[in-house]
Unconditional design. Structure first.
Length: 297
């Protein structure tokens, strides 16, 4: 098994929930947490080009490749899609083609950003309607991966939370907890509906999909629609923080950010019926995070 983006949030939970009999190789562009030296064979590739990764695939000869590395900042991509085309679209499509030619199972991590927001929950086969450049790149990547490798498994996670590796990119829950503990007020929009996803559920779904030989795109979320503001209040409850430190604001008050879907919900038919995953309710997931805070190391 080879995982790109192994130092990220999803990578951490993929490694942590893997069958102990699976030999995992991870790719990093720089330094990595010492914990990965225990659980993975780590490979340094400072510039993740197609040729460098294909050389590594030929050397490692994994049974499966999970591509979780990409530019994940919606705001960093907005207005600069061409700068991220190679990493977010071309690289996964080339790797998908190579894996198809070698019989290597291929998993691509997409995003809910391929959808633009709807009052009706999105099905796994709903047409793409992205509203920002990040979503447009993710939609293009899905199309390219599917064309290059019809047997690819494509996961579309929504807003993920969990404990990252120490020094890793934080998610909203970690941000809110850190800021409020330091006595600062957090401003959170109350007009964006999402379905926060526990990162461990996403990891479990990917392992289940590989075990069952599943292919195609699937939506994955926590299955419970909440506004971001309510998500922040639940975070305060789970971590014993002052909810008065959460300031309710409208999206219109945040200037200079890329547009976001206002309402993203999934019907989760494939997740439940084919993957056998029942997502963790948001409140339960946050209390689990609070009880396992030492996992952020």
């Amino acid at each position: 098994m080879l995982i790109t983006g192994v130092t990220g949030l999803l990578g951490k939970y993929l490694v942590g929930s893997a069958d102990p009999n699976i030999q995992i190789h991870g790719v990093s562009r720089g330094s990595w947490p010492k914990a990965l030296d225990v659980s993975c064979f780590m490979h340094l590739i400072q510039e993740p080009t197609t040729s460098a990764l294909i050389d590594l695939l030929a050397e490692v000869r994994p049974d499966a490749l999970i591509v979780a590395a990409a530019e994940g900042s919606v705001d960093a991509v907005e207005g600069r899609a061409a700068d991220h085309q190679r990493l977010n679209v071309e690289l996964p499509s080339h790797l998908a083609a190579f894996c198809a030619s070698r019989g290597i199972s291929f998993v691509h991590i997409s995003s809910n950003a391929v959808f633009g927001g709807s009052d009706i929950p999105y099905a796994d086969a709903s047409p793409f309607t992205p509203v920002n450049d990040y979503g447009r790149l993710k939609a293009a990547a899905e199309d390219a991966v599917r064309a290059a490798n019809p047997q690819a498994l494509i996961a579309r996670p929504i807003l993920m939370y969990g404990w990252p590796f120490f020094g890793g990119r934080i998610n909203p829950v970690v941000h809110w907890v850190t800021e409020i503990r330091q006595g600062r007020v957090v401003r959170v929009v109350d007009d964006v509906i999402t379905e926060p996803l526990a990162a461990w559920d996403c990891a479990d779904a990917i392992w289940h999909g590989l075990d069952r030989g599943l292919i195609g795109g699937f939506n994955i979320s926590g299955g419970e629609p909440v506004t971001l503001y309510d998500f922040a209040l639940l975070t305060c409850e789970a971590f014993g923080l002052d909810a008065g430190a959460v300031e309710r604001i409208p999206s219109a008050s945040l200037a200079g950010l890329a547009p976001r879907p206002r309402n993203t919900r999934f019907d989760l038919v494939r997740l439940r019926d084919e993957f056998g995953i029942e997502p963790t309710p948001v409140r339960d997931g946050l209390f689990r995070m609070a009880a396992n805070e030492n996992q952020s190391a």
